[in-house]
Ligand binder design. Structure first.
Ligand SMILES: [Zn+2]
Length: 119
């Protein structure tokens, strides 16, 4: 069984347990088709869409490590509506240390030793 299938089952299981968004308490819509449905109340797994999730940075070199990461991931997943989930991702982007963003983009502010003026 692939990861996507696992996530789908996980989502279905969580939805049966509690079909309401943890944050805004809206009754969510569960998409069991393979089609992409874009609606605010779509049930999504927390962190599913979060590009900054720390696990992304875990180096999974051994099989044990990847199994551990998988268990960790499944243990802490919760359902959120699409709207709340994406606003969390936005918040995390904002809270990310500025220095980190500089390092990523290679753009440093004026006065910083690595600042390169735009030509
Ligand atoms: Zn919500």
């Amino acid at each position: 069984m692939g990861t996507l299938e696992r996530m789908k089952r996980r989502k279905e299981y969580l939805y049966k347990k509690n079909p309401f968004c943890r944050l805004c308490k809206v009754r969510m819509f569960l998409n069991l088709t393979s089609k992409n449905i874009n609606r605010d109340d779509l049930a999504t797994i927390e962190h599913e869409n979060n590009k900054y999730h720390p696990e992304e940075r875990l180096k999974l070199t051994t099989k044990e490590e990847s199994i551990r990461a998988q268990k960790f991931r499944e243990g802490r997943t919760e359902l959120l509506c699409k709207k709340c989930n994406s606003s969390i991702a936005d918040e995390e982007t904002k809270q990310r240390p500025i220095k980190d963003l500089w390092d990523r983009s290679g753009a440093y502010p004026r006065g910083h030793p690595r600042h390169k003026p735009r030509k």
